[in-house]
Design a protein around this ligand. Sequence first.
Ligand code: PGA
Length: 239
Amino acid sequence: MTRKLIAGNWKMHGHRAQALPLAAAVAAYVRAEKPAADILLCPPATLLREISAAVGDTLLIGGQDCAPQEEGAYTGDISAYMLKEAGCTHVILGHSERRQYHAEDDEAVHAKAQAALKTGLIPIICVGETLLQRDRGEAETVVTMQVKAALPAGECVLAYEPVWAIGTGKTPTLTDIEAMHACIARAAGRDVQILYGGSVKPGNAKEILHLPSVGGALVGGASLSADDFCAIIPAAVRG
Ligand code: PGA
């Protein structure tokens, strides 16, 4: 069985003065406890290199987005190769905040994922429905379309992140998570690790991570506290 992946998505949080001790505390926990799970931190791009050098092999490091192009006149963008050079193994793509604030569609996510794969990064492709779509009974149709359009061939991770669960403290029922993960697996049409993301906290991590279809968690808010993030990690290990 694949080891579960616990990923911290710091988003645009983490000034250096708090970020370096946070990463160091998570690394110290992992070194001491040696959990049978993969732990990934996705800090802001400016801190990637320094954090990856500081944590060494103890933690995996990922970016939060990459450009679909390899290089060129794309002011403000960062290529997959640049992330790799900064120490990344993974990159989060198609997060609902990127889709919302940067108008990213599935076609763009697909192109970015292909660029990531070409460089040797593992894309973590986020999909998920809005509350309106869920209320209309469209959740499965929406994620099926997102997966089919965005997922390229190659080693990828998918993350089911219902938009209405991100940063809200709300989570789907366990039955709904299982149903959505089954739907995502069907849409992928191959064996892909599927993370759950959206208000994962120490208090709900165990019940969510013990679901058979859940291959790990993408953690936002709770990843900004070393205590909370580290308290989630044991839930990724059976027992
Ligand atoms: P949250 O964010 O854990 O704060 O809900 C999850 C995410 O956006 O990846």
